[in-house]
Design a protein around this ligand. Sequence first.
Ligand SMILES: [Fe+2]
Length: 425
Amino acid sequence: MAQHTEDSIKRSVAPAIDPNILLNLYTHTRNYSLQLCQSLSEADIQAQSMSDASPLKWHLAHTSWAFETFVLKPFIADYQEFDTDYDYLFNSYYNAIGKQYPRAQRGLLTRPSYHQVLDYRLHVDQRMQSLLNQLKDDSLNKASLKPCIERILLAVNHEQQHQELMLTDIKHLFSFNPINPKLYVDNNNEVSANCEDKLIDSQQAASVCFQEGLYCIGHRDEAFHFDNEGPQHQYYLASFKLDSMLVSNADYSEFIDDGGYQNPLLWLSEAWQKINSEQIQKPLYWQKHQSTWFEFGLSGLKPLKPNAPLKHISFFEANAYANWKGKRLPTEQEWEVAARSQKPELKQMFNQLWQWTSSSYSPYPGFKPAHGAIGEYNGKFMLNQYVLRGGSVATPSGHIRPSYRNFFYADARWQYSGIRLAEDN
Ligand SMILES: [Fe+2]
């Protein structure tokens, strides 16, 4: 049996980061959220398409609320809140902080206006910049700054997570409009660069083999990571094979043409109920016009690209497709081992599509949520969800890593999710 043990299994440690780099990271991240809204009207950023998605205006305010709540209030003694009502409006799910405005009704919050939310962001930015400049003072005890720097990094990464949601949520909203609005347009109404253009075509997949053994799973260096990526631990894997490529649109069309959505033997019981009660017979953004498939995207409605990787698929659909192929989804540990192997045959591993795994989102051995409200960030969602790995074209650059664990409910389709198949060796 192959051994893949590490010399030492370390607990995660907080990264040492230069305050100048942190200020740049903060400024870049905050600006990018506004850039995402550049081509949008006030009506666009107000509407909410479903309870899982939020208005972009709410994302802009909530991410500011996170800096206010988890950085400014605890670390600036005389900090004055911009508006005390915002704790109720823009708290997402932190019960230790207080009650929250109902998630499904966020689109009804026509006030504060977009301009008031921009003022809120400016208020937070000015105080954050002042705090970040104070951190540059060399006379300060570096160890005493660590909790503050950790919180700022967490809130920056939190905003980056919301930036991906802003893209998926506006796409979902626009998909309801029969005139097929485009997110990416410049002042002349020309379509500009679209993150979806970064998708790399799939080719014929090969099977890449991995040996059985004890592997090290979880975050293992000093860069930023979320608490759910640790503690690092050993995990035994039987030998397995992973497909070198993501499933393509053409691959999935064969499943549809073969009656995949009509074959109960391929579907989990809950999945079968779901696709029948909601009459799901195709991926979320596919449309058929005169026997030709089209796909709605951030640049409007386009003919379906057969070789592009299949996206916006639920765990239910991914699992049914794997059954139809006589294969299975990888576990999250298999995916991580493959990603760390850096085998050149493996393609489209990062920043293409989130890849569904067969792993339930649950705590790693020894996981303990942080004390206080911040402990609600990840740990309390470890029930009834599945792990996705690898990041997507909508994930901000620098935000993804091999240990990153995203998680969604099995029926969720509005994220940039795709399929990579595995099999026993
Ligand atoms: Fe959030």
